[in-house]
Design a protein around this ligand. Structure first.
Ligand code: NI
Length: 172
């Protein structure tokens, strides 16, 4: 296992649409291991492969609480096949937009199809934090960030802030 660097806004690769995984080979399994290590280290509850610079439709997630056993979830080629009309507002953050949190409105329930690491197909009905996290991470596989769901004013403000920080880092 190895830690990978997490891409930070405004890195253009975060806007790529990721490719479906055709074969779950050792490269994919190694990537998933690295993603878990990187996610736990951050720490975060969800990570999409593009956030470590790999444009493939892979998500890792662990929503267990600190005092609970780890519950590693892997979603390969996840796809939202149904979402509820009922909406829910929840504060979100993102490892690619560190230390920024904002309320986001999304469908309260979703149904998601995906493959596990053995290539088996699953369908999952999700609500609560799992539904939010799945939508947030699946957005990443489509080049969408949670700030795309907030007001333009707020989005422009945070994008400008991160662009300035990136420029300062380059200029040293
Ligand atoms: Ni994110």
């Amino acid at each position: 296992m190895a830690l990978r660097d997490i891409l930070i806004l405004p890195d253009k690769r975060l806007r790529l649409v990721s490719e479906p995984v055709k074969k779950i080979d050792t490269d994919v399994k190694k990537l998933v291991e690295d993603m878990f290590e990187t996610m736990y280290d951050a720490p975060g509850i969800g990570l999409a492969a593009i956030q470590v610079g790999v444009a493939r439709r892979i998500i890792t997630m662990d929503l267990s609480k600190k005092d609970e056993d780890k519950e590693r979830r892997v979603f390969i080629n996840p796809e939202i096949v149904w979402s509820s009309d009922e909406k829910d507002v929840h504060e979100e953050g993102c490892l690619s937009i560190p230390e920024y949190y904002e309320d986001v409105e999304r469908p309260a329930q979703v149904r998601v199809k995906y493959l596990d690491l053995h290539g088996r197909e699953h369908a999952l009905e999700a609500s609560g934090l799992l539904a939010i996290c799945l939508q947030h991470e699946i957005d990443h596989t489509n080049g969408v960030l949670f700030i795309d769901h907030i007001s333009k004013l707020k989005r422009d403000r945070i994008t400008k802030k991160f662009s300035k920080a990136a420029k300062r880092a380059v200029e040293g």
